[in-house]
Design a protein. Sequence first.
Length: 582
Amino acid sequence: MDVSSFHAITQAVKGAFLVLTALSLTAYKWPENKTVKDLSTCDFVIVGAGTAGSIIANRLSEDPGVKVCVIEAGGDPPLESEIPSLFAFLTKTSIDWNLTSEDDGFTAQYRTNKYLDLSTGKVLGGSSTINHLYHVRGDPKDYDDWAKASGDESWSWQNLLPYFVRSEHLEDEYILNSETGKYHGTNGYLRLTRENRDSPLKYLKAFKEMGHKIVEDVNAGETLGFTRPLLSISGGVRQSSASSYLTPIKDRQNLYIVKNTMVTKIIFNGNKQATGVQCTTSDGNAFAINTQKEVIISAGAFNTPKLLMLSGIGPTDHLNNLGIEVLSDLPVGQNLQDHMAVILIHKLEATTETPPAADPTKFPLPTFIGFGAVNKSQSYPDYMTSNVISRNSPDVLMQLCSSVFALHDDVCSQIYAAGVDREVLFTVINVVRPISRGHVELRSANPEDSPRIYTGFLSADADITKFIDSIEDYISVTESDYFRNVNGETMYFNFPNCDDVSNARAYWRCYILNMMDTTFHYSGTCAMGSVLDSSLRVKGVSKLRVVDASAMPNIVSSNINSAVIVLAEKAADLIKHSQTCA
């Protein structure tokens, strides 16, 4: 199959899903849309019903005497978003904000378009409705660094652990009955299962042979090693924050959700106190919602800084240039962090067996993850890999290469060919704690305009060095018995701009620039310590908080959805406590 044919099929599938969406087949599951007249004044106004917003809405509305209003730019999750195997078809659709990066003239150059597609959910559940389903907490050091940055020990790993436990409903009996079972919960809203297929086991054995640990549970504090991951899937259905935290409470009388409505500005009084928000519906109707207690922004690492800056909170020079009155001069939009992905391909044993029929209720292919440290005496990881095993399934490889990571057509064609009559290991590797930083700024003072997003990928040369070191450490697995016995090999590509490389490390340097993308882990743009205090309150104003990935001072060493969940769980308690003490 060539790439153009695959793209045509993908668009046809998305078109079919669009028809299904119009039928509102899942509408019964979600809180109904409330009319504006019901919502003139609320106790709390939450901007965004994404991963964090759904959790905050649930926890604050536990008090029946409190009116909680949530304004969401998107609508209900469509049927296809609930089917685990279909995540590759959810981006670049109506439930995606369809944001893109700015061309930095350095990364993403081996593409038709010199930018990255920065998918983020525009739907109930936000990015938890369109993500890749891995549930990984990260390393304890990540959260201890949150505590240092915020000056508040309550953000440390040990103090956040009860919130991880509170959020979970783990369904894996093996882990629950193991020594690490005490680090997990069974009464929370988020149902989790574990990858249970056997095909990853031979790979885990190979990595163990090369000196890596095999751990059953990387979420219990010992991160380094390789394992079959936890997944936000239960009963064959995706467990987004919307399905986990909103569906069970969809009939709460004090919870009001306004869908398909964008918040365009935060309203402040003369004392710089947030008193409400201005909104515009998808059909152009403008209105305001007032708040008695607080406004909570949970719009994500791109749209949260955008809204703050539109409302006068951000860098003075930038806002003045756009004619926006400054209420609080803060580094909003700075400190953007993300895990840059580099794709690695390994060709393994030949096989002519017909792959089994795809099970839509499972992760698309057998998968395992791994955390490695270049310095073997180090207790925390330098890199993470997410790995899928394709056995004579070239169509799925094409889907990952072209639709999920949007690599060059020539690269995808080569990967497709490699997957015919052969097992292929498709790996996403990333440096987990990058030094490089990007930023987000306004394109204009018009709320309809998307923000300018500069990823900053590889702007610190040390990240390139760390990537090369990490790749070389990871691909040493080709020296294992299993890889040798099946003639396993790393796949190298002849990139047109890499012809003059003089050695292996120079090749990997060029390879990284050609085989890179985002892993969609955007964070840090309204960080604790600089923009927010340790209670997530915006500095320089009052009655305004930020609760989403933008609040992280540093990115965690893994997928970030679990970290956003624990941040929101803790934030709910912070908000409740502040109201009790007020």
